[in-house]
Design a protein around this ligand. Structure first.
Ligand SMILES: Cc1ncc(COP(=O)(O)O)c(C=O)c1O
Length: 369
């Protein structure tokens, strides 16, 4: 089916869905389809965004919240922290909000840089915050991944010195899509927290129910967990993220901000609140992502392109096994996003889009083999 037709069908489903809800009130009908809201081309697979979101409930809530955007939203700020607290089994005092989690990763670096030293992280990993950390006086020491493209936890632990101010662990790791099991993670955190602040970035744990270590903040005063509404909740452009840590640490972090918790707008906060209510949408997104990822991974297998099994919404694969430059070839077919994260290496990351989009990616790669 043509993409444009698909979009029309999806939009119609969406319309019927919202009309039914308006006419009949709750409960919500069982949802089997959501609109693809972007123009058909190009296919954008570059930043691990949710191709289905934001959810219908979040969209409606955000539209409504435009009307209250003339007011500061202190109350809503508290309500959002309470809701996140209920979701994560913590109190509001354990939470600080940001305009996306990237902003908060920078805040933790600023706090850790009171004393000069270095931050330890994997190579490759999510590095957006590293230039700012360096400006704050924290050198970055990067530890190569294991041969299976996992964080090398043993090597990170043995690299901790008295100069280490922060260990950053992205689990599941971006760009490789690999995650550690609960026991391994807990042992690592116990060891690392003895020496320095440990920042665990859990941007993707909600997508595939990977083990979260958020409960451990009760045990370790220098453990910080970063989470975001940008991925499974489909709100990357709305900018809502949060940190979980013990209240004393949250307070210290807030003291570094002219105005704590003021990052997300009224519109974004209302969207985040509604997104947490839209359980059906999250379930749908996870299931679709599984299907779409399977289509892509089966295609890679067929093309004999090695890839790392991923527990996230992206896949890391070896472009050297293809006859052409994968990024250039896909781009020539208006598929954007295959990117390299390791210098002089052929491995590439591609985000997982809709099932239709991933079928198209495979079709293009097969045609050009
Ligand atoms: C591991 C990781 N952490 C954080 C972020 C940033 O998310 P946010 O949109 O909340 O700033 C991303 C975005 O891709 C990411 O991959």
């Amino acid at each position: 089916m043509q993409r444009r037709q698909l979009i029309k069908n999806a939009a119609f489903t969406m319309l019927s869905f919202s009309m039914a809800r308006d006419l009949l009130g709750s409960p919500l009908p069982k949802v089997t389809s959501y609109p693809i809201h972007e123009s058909a081309l190009p296919i954008i697979l570059r930043a691990n965004e949710n191709p289905h979101g934001p959810s219908p409930l979040a969209r409606a809530a955000m539209q409504e919240a435009i009307a209250i955007s003339n007011r500061y939203q202190w109350d809503m700020n508290g309500v959002l922290k309470e809701r996140i607290g209920a979701l994560t089994n913590h109190s509001s005092a354990h939470i600080t909000l940001g305009a996306g989690s990237s902003e908060l990763l920078g805040l933790v670096c600023l706090w850790a840089s009171y004393q000069k030293g270095h931050v330890l992280a994997s190579e490759p990993t999510f590095k957006l915050w590293m230039p700012a950390a360096r400006k704050m006086g924290l050198a970055t020491k990067l530890i190569p991944l294991t041969s299976t493209k996992h964080n090398d936890l043993q090597q990170i632990l043995s690299s901790i010195t008295t100069e280490t101010r922060l260990v950053y662990l992205c689990n599941p790791n971006n760009p490789t899509g690999t995650a550690h099991d609960k026991q391994t993670l807990e042992t690592f955190i116990e060891q690392a927290c003895k020496s320095c602040v440990v920042l665990v970035d859990e941007a993707y744990t909600d997508y595939y129910d990977s083990p979260s270590v958020a409960h451990l903040i009760n045990r370790y005063p220098n453990l910080v967990i970063a989470k975001t509404f940008s991925k499974v909740y489909g709100m990357a452009g709305a900018r809502v993220g949060y940190l979980l840590a013990q209240p004393a640490l949250i307070k210290s972090l807030n003291e570094l901000q002219a105005w704590a918790n003021a990052g997300p707008s009224a519109v974004s906060m209302r969207g985040a609140l509604a997104a947490m209510d839209d359980v059906a949408f999250v379930t749908f997104c996870k299931a679709e992502n599984h299907k779409a990822k399977e289509i892509f991974c089966n295609g890679l297998t067929d093309l004999k392109i090695p890839f790392i099994p991923s527990v996230t919404s992206f896949v890391y694969f070896d472009g050297a096994a293809y006859s052409k430059s994968v990024p250039n070839f896909l781009q020539s077919h208006q598929i954007l996003g295959a990117r390299s994260f390791e210098e002089n290496r052929s491995w590439l990351r591609l985000s997982v889009g809709t099932t239709e989009e991933m079928k198209r990616v495979v079709e293009v790669l097969q045609a050009g083999r």
